[in-house]
Design a protein around this ligand. Structure first.
Ligand SMILES: C[S@@+](CC[C@H](N)C(=O)[O-])C[C@H]1O[C@@H](n2cnc3c(N)ncnc32)[C@H](O)[C@@H]1O
Length: 320
């Protein structure tokens, strides 16, 4: 993972039809940490559940504890809800990012809040609880001058669903690259996203039929690649496959799969993320996974072909 803490890799500037946004001030390679920002304040999930009045009270209290510059920075953020909410609530509703998955709360970030949405964004945002910062990592090479984007919604919604969520929650019509595809290509993209979503649900139900489970994960990864989507779903898919191999006591495949999950998690979350630390522990000792041998002790000692880029290796790994 390349990191660059000395020099800012981005600028916050006006973007036509989007208000303010964030652009790259130099070429940024895939895997680079672009931002690692501390929240101005956090609204815990239990406060959020108690309704707008309680949330507003919480935010008011938090703002009182901030200095004038921080208060001004908060008040300068975009409020897409107009008069629907009080200004504090409107700004928070527009800008708060979920912390973790499932979220432990929402965080308000002065700079990350300026990042606009794209349905297939060039960065992944994630909450790094070990450093208490929201991180933004490039998930592909980004060119100088290119807008930096994140996704405001789940990864696999169809065009109609995305438009409706974004209009409802953020009051804009998305005209990103994917949403601007000609209708026939958009339908193909929608079909792929629907298949990914279905596979994501079905993988869990494969149970001890690990050959079927592996086939589903492999199919999901190849659709993600075709769709040009690179995000945390990629390491999750490898991790799902690792768990299947752990449950069948297949040390060779489990070892390969957790190393792949680790490699992809480093790109989207950075070397210091909790996920990466957990995967490092598992890569060092795969049998420490709690599901190890759950489906009986198969004790496969079969090693894969040495050339990991070869078709033979892929055939072995995915039990094709
Ligand atoms: C979290 S803010 C992002 C920063 C905001 N553009 C600003 O000026 O501060 C979310 C708002 O940005 C705008 N926005 C974000 N992504 C957009 C997009 N792809 N197209 C148009 N507007 C977008 C919408 O007004 C949305 O309510």
């Amino acid at each position: 993972m390349a990191t660059n803490n000395q020099q800012r890799l981005y600028d916050i500037v006006p973007i036509p039809n989007k208000g303010t946004g964030v652009i790259a001030t130099q070429d940024i390679p895939k895997g680079t940490r672009i931002m690692a920002e501390k929240p101005l304040f956090i609204v815990p999930t239990d406060i959020m559940k108690r309704g707008n009045e309680v949330v507003e009270k919480h935010i008011t209290q938090k703002l009182k504890g901030l200095d004038k510059d921080q208060q001004r920075a908060f008040l300068s953020l975009h409020n897409c809800h107009g008069a629907k909410f009080s200004p504090f609530l409107g700004i928070s509703e527009t800008n708060i990012l979920g912390l973790g998955s499932p979220p432990v709360g929402g965080g308000l970030f002065i700079e990350a809040s300026r990042i606009n949405h794209a349905c297939n964004p060039n960065t992944q945002n994630s909450w790094n609880e070990r450093i208490s910062r929201e991180t933004i990592h490039a998930v592909r090479d980004i060119k100088e001058g290119e807008e930096i984007t994140i996704s405001y919604i789940g990864h696999f919604a169809s065009y109609d669903e995305r438009q409706s969520i974004l209009k409802d929650k953020f009051k804009f019509d998305c005209a990103c690259e994917v949403c601007s595809l000609p209708p026939d290509q958009r339908r193909v993209s929608d079909d792929r996203l629907t298949t990914i979503h279905e596979l994501d649900q079905a993988i869990l139900s494969a149970g001890s039929n690990v050959k079927l489970g592996l086939r589903m994960v492999h199919k999901m990864l190849s659709i993600l690649e075709t769709e040009g989507m690179y995000n945390s779903q990629v390491y999750r898919a490898y991790y799902d496959a690792f768990q299947m191999m752990a449950a069948t006591d297949d040390k060779a495949r489990a070892g390969e799969l957790i190393r792949m999950a680790l490699e992809h998690a480093k790109v989207v979350e950075g070397n210091d993320s909790e996920t990466v630390k957990r995967f490092e522990r598992l890569a060092a000792n795969p049998t420490s996974h709690m599901a190890w041998g759950l489906y009986g002790r198969k004790r496969s000692q079969e090693m894969g072909p040495a050339d990991k880029d070869s078709e033979a290796f892929k055939t072995w790994l995915w039990m094709k």
